[in-house]
Design a binder for this molecule. Structure first.
Ligand code: NAP
Length: 328
């Protein structure tokens, strides 16, 4: 194969992990291509502002942060294209193993691949959720909040996302009822302090939403008291669902419905299993950010993963091509 058409590294994903990996790989002068997909935009953009990425007081707009990440990587020569990856295939050559990254448009070849595809909002899978999506059901307060001016809405979930998004929604709506299946929140303490002092937000504890009701648009949710198992209708005009995330790793599953082995090792929820240096279970494939199995999914940890994955990939490629620095 013509070496000109082979990338040393392909990075899949244009969020904080992917862009940081791109920055490091470009500075290491690896021939690198980053693939981002407008249909899988970074989870970071679901929020409006970030307060716990170091260096910015009192925080920075999430859109601005991503733009800055991108600008910095581009300044060091990173090549970025907008193509969604459909599959990843191994390509055995005479003396080497290469990876083929297949998008709708084209096939690309690389010696190493970093997967940084992030995660997407998890669904509740209840009746009415799909039917009313965009007509009262939303997974993004930043995108849709302004449509709910003066309305009464419910927010479902008890984690950082649910609380941050509920606080953001107070700028627009009349009243929020936060519905959580437990009797306490999972969210970090500073967010709890803010949400409990917000007069527009009420709480329904130990309550599950079991259905979404309406004619043209959402008119109510069906709720169930977990202790008594009693069900009733709760009127509302909007339902914002923040019940966690699902990794964007389906393209690594050879046959999602079959028992055949996946391309690389995933945990039971589909998160990629890597070691401390971001090596996946398969040689030449690295992963980082929210799509990998780990304790803390934050922008700062995603950036750390991206830097480590790029450094590991650099050393891997340099070993393959006989230009590795011999660390004593
Ligand atoms: P999360 O931490 O996984 O919380 C999901 C919430 O949804 C939990 O309260 C969970 O309840 C609830 N839930 C899950 N499935 C449910 C179901 N079927 N029915 C009802 N409730 C359900 O997800 P997240 O809040 O989206 O956060 C994801 C990651 O991003 C976390 O690591 C978080 O710290 C991070 N994050 C950080 C920031 C920040 O630092 N500024 C902002 C946003 C997100 P249980 O508690 O009962 O499981």
């Amino acid at each position: 194969m013509n070496q000109k058409n082979i990338y040393e590294l392909i990075i899949i994903g244009g969020g904080p992990a992917g862009l940081t990996a791109g920055l490091y790989a470009s500075r290491a002068r690896l021939k690198t291509l980053l693939m981002e997909s407008s249909s899988l935009s970074s989870q970071l953009l679901l929020g409006d502002k970030i307060e716990n990425y170091p260096g910015f007081t009192p925080g920075i707009e999430t859109f601005e942060l991503i733009i800055q990440f991108k600008k910095q990587a581009l300044a060091f020569g990173l090549k970025i294209i907008d193509e969604e990856v459909q599959t990843l295939r191994i390509k055995e050559e005479k003396n080497s193993k290469l990876w083929q990254v297949v998008t709708k448009q084209k096939e690309y070849t690389a010696q190493a691949v970093i997967i940084a595809t992030g995660a997407k909002p998890r669904k509740l899978n209840i009746s009415g959720e799909e039917e009313f999506r965009g007509r009262g059901v939303s997974y993004c307060a930043t995108c849709d909040g302004a449509f709910y001016k003066g309305k009464d809405i419910v927010v479902i979930g008890g984690g950082d996302t649910a609380i941050e998004e509920a606080l953001h929604l107070t700028k627009f709506v009349n009243k929020i009822t936060l519905i959580h299946r437990r009797n306490r929140l999972r969210a970090t303490s500073i967010l709890q302090e803010r949400v409990f002092s917000q007069k527009k937000i009420d709480f329904l504890w130990e309550t599950q939403v079991t259905g979404i009701l309406g004619k043209e648009k959402v008119e109510a949710v069906k709720i169930k008291d977990i202790k008594t198992q009693q069900e009733k209708k709760f009127p509302c005009q909007g339902v914002f669902i923040f019940v966690g995330f699902k990794p964007n790793t389906d393209f690594l599953k050879i046959h999602p419905s079959s028992k055949e082995k996946n391309l690389i090792e995933l945990d039971e929820e589909g998160y990629i299993i890597v070691d401390d240096n971001m090596f996946s279970s398969v040689e030449g494939i690295f992963a980082g950010g929210d799509c990998r199995h780990k304790l803390l999914r934050q922008v700062i940890t995603a950036c750390g993963d991206g830097a480590t994955a790029a450094f590991s990939a650099q050393r891997y490629v340099e070993r393959l091509t006989g230009r590795a620095y011999d660390f004593k």
